[in-house]
Each structure stands twice: as C-alpha cells, then as structure tokens.
Design a protein around this ligand. Structure first.
Ligand code: PSV
Ligand code: MN
Length: 449
C-alpha cells in the first residue's frame, strides 16, 4: 500500500497512456473509461428507443447509419491556428506530418468516424509517400482528398501568386500553379487518395484591377489542364468562397460559378460546399439540394461561422443549419436522381482549444445533426407537405430536431470500439502532455500550418 503523497502515480496520471508500438492510445484506457459510463448510456439509449418506437422509427437502423458516417480530418486542423494578430502555441502540438497523423489516429481511435486524413500540399511535406501510406495504415488511417495550395508563395517557387495563380495574367504563373496541382494528384495517387480539392484565393482587391470575365476564362483554361491529368476514378472538387483574400471580387465566389465551372470541365468535376464560404443569410441547405439535383454535389467542408469567419467548430454557432443541411442530404440519398457520394471533411482552425478536442467535438456535432435528420418521420412529413399543412410539416422537422441524438451517436461509437465520451477519454489519456516531452515547441507566427 502506498502512503498518501508518496503513492506512485499511474501511467494515466503521468500522461503515459500511450502504447509504445504505434503511439496511439492504450485500448485498455478506453475500456476502463467505457465501463464507468455504459450503464447510463444504455439507460438513455433505451429511453430514446422507446420514444422513436412510438413514432414507428427503428433506432437500430439509425444507429447503423451513424456508425457508417465517415468524416475526413484536415491535416492542418491538428495544429494550433492563429488569427492575423496572434498564435498561442501549446506544448505537444504536432510539428510534422507524421505527428499530425498520430493525432488523427487518436481522434479516430476515440470517435471511429474519422478514418481518413486530407493532406494539404506543400504544407505537408511527404518525401516518401509509400512509407507515409504504410505508416497511416499502421495507425488505422487512409487518405482522403488532397488539397493544393496556390494561395501562398513558398520559399522555393519561381513565380509569385501575389496577383493570382490559376487566373493570373501571366502564362508562366498559371503554368506553375497547374504543375503544382498535377504534382498533388501524383502524390495523392501514391497515398491512395481519389480526389483533388482546388481552392484558389484568386480575385481582385480593387475595382478595375482586372476584367472580371477574363479572369474566369483564364481559370477555365488552367482548370482544364488539371482536369485532363485526373486518373479515371478521381474527382476534382471545386471549392468556392465569397471573399478573402480577394476583398473586392473572387473568381470562384459562389455556388453558381462553381457549378458552371464544374459543368464546363466535365463529369469528374464536382462542387464542394464549405459551410463558411457564403454570404450571411444565404440558404445553404437549398444550395445543397440544387447541387444534388444537377449531379454536381461533390462534398463538404464542415465548420461554422458567425460573422465573416469560416473556421469555427462545426455546430458551435448554428447547429440548426447543420441539421437542415443533413435533412437535404438524407432526402438526396433517397432521391437518387443523381449519383450520391458526397465527401465529408471537417475544415476548421483552432486557436485557443486543443485541436484534438475541437475535432472530436465537431465530429460529434456533425454526427448528431445527421442522426437528427435520420429521425425525421419522412412519411408523415410527406403527407403534410402534400396537404400543404405548413405548421405540421414544420413541426415534424422540429420533433426530430428536438430529440437528444447523443445516445445513438455514443452507442454507435461504443460498439465500434470508441469512447463513450471521447473528449473526457482524451483528457484521461494525458496524450497532449505525453507528446510535449518528445515534440519540438512550435513558434508564435500566425498561420494554420
Ligand atoms: C479556404 O478558406 C479553405 O476553406 C480551403 O479549403 C483551404 O484549403 C482551407 O481553407 C485551408 O486553408
Ligand atoms: Mn475549406
């Protein structure tokens, strides 16, 4: 027996709850964590199951769909971001791609719906893609869409993107930007990825700076070259953004430009909806329905936004909008007028929270929104819609939104081997503290790399 004050601290207390072999969390820790919470979860799950049963909805089918949800993790989201003014680093944050993968593996181990990582080049330096792919496999991870970056200059590059990249007036700059995208495809191929996401910051900051029509023509010319380099089974996601860093006009500013561009390019080109990239008050769920109707819904970057930002944690500001987006996705999946295979990714920047915790919290919020949409009584809703019973149709949506979906999400996660409360388990593991002793300290320079 140890004396009070002299008791040897457990591995967990010392922040050592990691296995030495693959540097992920100790499975025993998760099992112990779950053992203390399982009875309460079963209780909550049983109560929700009875509520749904009264509505003729089978809880297990919904749980199965929740378990099959897959969200990609942004490699850049694992580091501490910053604003234009400051970055507040934490000890133990990842300093290289390998360490970002380790943190993603921890997230996946705890929540079980984030099996793939989306790399961003050249932020992510990968010298041996085969070895990186193997390392990811060991950690239980695969790779999702690769992201190109022609919105910043890199030390080694010849041409500057100060005045644009794929739309630049100079052919030499456009060629460089096209070549970078093609390199991203090659790297992605080696990693086992199947899509390229292209977001450009091109546009203008002053009226008169450029001919607005000509810029789009130049974009299409460059994008066609990238499209031509896509492997047969790949997709190219075109991500629109209203403004920033082009504060007067952005070339790919909205879903209209995005879908026209995707149609010009061909069937492998699809539109990517980043929830934060719209004007305030825009009806994003309607955009989702439109893109699906025309077979151009490629995927999502999930985040939230209050003012003009696009990097807040998913569901932290407007969880109802997230629910309405998933409501359209549930309808789209059943509707099948067009292929339905959207790629889901979280795209956030974490400035003052632990990135692992924020990503876990967002994965939960996204899955909760999905489950709420699955709990809508579709037959009833359709009857009310047909009868133009506006209030009851609205109430049918509300009745699902008002339910607490968390027991389904937690039960699906538990049954898949994850933690009932992933953030609590992460804290119990002492993961961040354990990494602080081996990972280098990062700087204060602003930026999300
Ligand atoms: C741009 O704001 C964006 O949403 C794009 O997806 C980028 O690739 C990502 O953020 C990271 O900066
Ligand atoms: Mn994005």
């Amino acid at each position: 027996m140890s004396m009070p004050g002299t008791r040897r601290r457990s591995r967990v207390e010392r922040g050592l709850a990691v296995t030495n072999s693959n540097r992920s969390l100790d499975e025993e820790l998760i099992a112990r964590h779950n053992a203390t919470r399982l009875a309460a979860l079963q209780d909550d799950y049983g109560a929700l199951s009875r509520t749904l049963e009264r509505r003729g909805i089978a809880i297990d089918a919904i749980k199965g769909k929740a378990a099959r949800l897959e969200l990609a993790l942004p490699s850049w989201g694992t580091g501490i971001g910053g604003t234009r003014f400051a970055r507040f680093p934490v000890l133990g944050e990842p300093t290289c791609f390998d360490e970002k993968l380790e943190d993603c593996a921890v997230i996946q181990q705890l929540c079980r719906i984030t099996p793939r990582v989306s790399p961003h080049f050249p932020w992510d330096k990968i010298s041996d893609p085969r070895a990186t792919r193997e390392r990811a496999q060991q950690l239980g991870l695969g790779f999702d869409a690769v992201n190109s970056n022609t919105f910043q200059d890199q030390a080694e590059q010849k041409q500057s993107y100060r005045f644009g990249s794929l739309t630049h007036t100079s052919a030499a700059v456009r060629d460089q930007a096209v070549a970078h995208n093609i390199e991203c495809i090659q790297l992605g191929r080696a990693l086992g990825s199947k899509a390229l996401t292209v977001w450009i910051g091109d546009g203008t900051n002053f009226p008169g700076q450029q001919q607005l029509g000509d810029s789009l023509d130049r974009y299409l010319g460059s994008a066609r070259l990238i499209y031509a380099a896509l492997p047969e089974d790949w997709r190219m996601f075109i991500e629109h953004k209203l403004y920033e860093p082009a504060f007067y006009s952005t070339v790919i500013s909205d879903w209209g430009t995005s879908i026209l561009t995707a149609k010009e390019l061909g069937p492998k080109a699809k539109c990517l909806v980043d929830l934060g990239h719209h004007a305030p008050s825009v009806n994003i769920e309607q955009i989702v329905a439109r893109l699906h109707a025309f077979g151009k819904l490629g995927g999502f970057h999930f985040n939230d936004s209050k003012y003009g930002d696009d990097d807040l944690d998913s569901g932290s500001i407007n969880p109802h909008q997230l629910f309405l987006v998933f409501n359209e996705l549930v309808i789209a999946e059943q509707d099948r007028r067009a292929e339905f295979d959207p790629a889901y990714m979280i795209d956030q920047s974490h400035n003052i929270t632990d990135p692992v915790e924020s990503l876990l919290s967002s994965a939960e919020a996204i899955c909760v929104a999905f489950v709420k949409a699955l709990m809508v009584d579709r037959a009833l809703l359709s009857d009310y819609q047909g009868a133009n019973d506006v209030l009851m149709a609205f109430r049918t949506l509300r009745d699902a939104y008002g339910l607490d979906a968390r027991p389904i999400v937690a039960m699906a996660r538990f049954e898949a081997g994850g933690a009932i409360d992933p953030i609590a388990a992460f804290r119990e593991s002492g993961w961040r503290a354990s990494q602080a002793s081996t990972r280098k300290a990062t700087g204060r320079a602003a930026g999300i790399v």
